[in-house]
Write a protein that binds this ligand. Sequence first.
Ligand SMILES: [Cu+2]
Length: 244
Amino acid sequence: MAERRTQKPAGGPVGAVLAVVIGFVVVLGAWQGVRVLTNLGYEPTALVASTAPAHRAFVTLESYPNSYPCHGSASGAPGGGGNPGWVTFCPSTSLQVPANSLVTMTILEYDTATTLHNSFFDKVRGTLGGTMSLNGSPIAGVPASDVAHTFTLQSLPNNAPGQYLFLSVPLVGVASTAPNAVTIAGHPYPKPNVIRFQFRTGAPGTYIWHCYDPCGTGLGGYQHGFGGPMATTGYMAGTLAVVG
Ligand SMILES: [Cu+2]
């Protein structure tokens, strides 16, 4: 389980005023988030309607506990590739979206959780409204123990200031007891969690994205889980090309 920070209550009248102000900001923030997600829902109609068609993009990814759905086999046998047991994103980790655009991203999460090493990544960061929707409900974060993978997008070293981009969302795992519900590439999977969020792109450029959940193999201690698929583009790492 992740460590939880507890906050001491501030004492005296200053503390009381501060508490009211903080409470107001929290309520305002929550309202803003819900307002944005009311538009978002499953069809972000209002936000999309206010954005010219040329500047909208929709990206769908899936994440699986193994590689059968999207890695082929060199031997010609059905699916899985060289490491069928590796966790992976599908159908491709090479993404492309238009510059200066509103991107709506949907991720179908079929894997179970592995507790994060770093609870920075259990919060939603850098998306429109600071929120994402989980099966249609807006959330801003989850317990670190609920996370299966993260989708963390960032600039490459030496990107120009107009090409700075950072966002991270926790991809909530399905329950380990969830029954199988679908068959993909001949293999059974549970009903996925549907995660949706939006972000805006700026100037054309190349960006990278990565999972920061220790879902991989190899290494040990606090490095545990950061080898194998976590160290391989096409599995838990990819690129985002923003094109003009
Ligand atoms: Cu992962």
